[in-house]
Design a protein around this ligand. Structure first.
Ligand code: APR
Length: 268
């Protein structure tokens, strides 16, 4: 049983605008491993920098394509957990809301989150490697090289943000604006080490918002937090929702055990 302070529950219940920043920890209870943890089996000898940079793709497009194809297939076998569902429940209960996620696994949307920006892209999407505007819905994954863009013939690539690349400007702008305008920022499952996302709590705090950190471990962001729930988000976020809106507020949602039936990989 996680105890939620009355004033924190009240702050959530009365908030006009809630923003959430989420990271890999929110998907941990779904069995999604982090980028580094996913480097097992055939991939054990690779460095992330050999698989998730534009230069790695230029050097060996097929290798990078296959790495993402495998992780995409593994992600199709995992489910959102109660932490994802609690975030969707908060969105449905407050007047204004924005979720900025660093996760590329698509689990927030599958749990029902709608007002969300994906700061690091989404592993399920594919786009032209030369022109980011050309997204591709369906592709043939055969042959010894990645499929090619129908417009220009360049290779297709996963629509994720690689190391050395900038974040999508619109998504980042929306996240920053929400951090500056919200009354409550919930920072869940992120180590707070990767910028620019890690700057959002600072903007929220400077603008007078309450900041809540949900993470079993302390992070560099902890110093800015007004409240900390040092528990897994799949337990802490449903407890927070129940404290704000009553015991029935999470009724009918799957348990953690149901959401981690099978393991998988994911991250960026
Ligand atoms: N609930 C909440 N938090 C958790 C849980 C859990 N069940 N399990 C782990 N955590 C916390 C860890 O304590 C850690 O602080 O989640 C955080 C995960 O940190 P990172 O792996 O660094 O993930 P993230 O902050 O999302 O990283 C940002 O860096 O590696 C890249 O592309 C990757 O988008 C990612 C970015």
């Amino acid at each position: 049983m996680i105890a939620i302070a009355d004033d924190l529950a009240r702050a959530l219940r009365s908030a006009r605008f809630v923003a959430v920043l989420s990271g890999a920890g929110v998907s941990a209870e779904s069995g999604v491993s982090t980028f580094r943890d996913a480097l097992t089996g055939l991939w054990a000898n690779f460095d992330p920098l050999e698989l998730a940079t534009p230069s790695a793709f230029r050097r060996n497009p097929k290798l990078v394509w296959d790495w993402y194809a495998e992780r995409r297939a593994q992600l199709a076998r995992v489910l959102p957990n109660p932490g994802h569902h609690a975030i969707a429940r908060i969105e449905a209960s407050v007047p204004r809301f924005l979720l900025a996620t660093q996760n590329v696994d698509g689990l927030h949307a599958r749990a029902g989150s709608r007002r969300l920006v994906e700061l690091h892209g989404n592993i399920a999407r594919v786009r032209c490697s030369e022109d980011p505007r050309h997204a591709v819905e369906a592709w043939d994954d055969v042959g010894d090289e990645p499929p090619r863009c129908a417009h220009c013939g360049a290779y297709l690539r996963p629509d994720v943000v690689w190391f050395e690349e900038s974040l999508p400007a619109q998504a980042l702008c929306a996240a920053e604006a929400a951090a500056r305008a919200c009354d409550l920022l919930i920072v869940a499952g992120t180590s707070g080490e990767v910028y620019p996302a890690a700057a959002l709590p600072q903007y929220a705090k400077a603008a007078g918002a309450i900041v809540l950190e949900v993470n079993p471990a302390a992070t560099p962001l902890s110093a800015r937090a007004d409240y900390a729930l040092r528990f897994p988000s799949g337990e802490a976020l449903p407890a927070l929702v129940r404290a704000a809106w009553g015991e029935d507020a999470m009724a009918g949602q799957p348990s953690c055990a149901e959401s981690s039936r099978e393991g998988g990989n994911g991250a960026r």
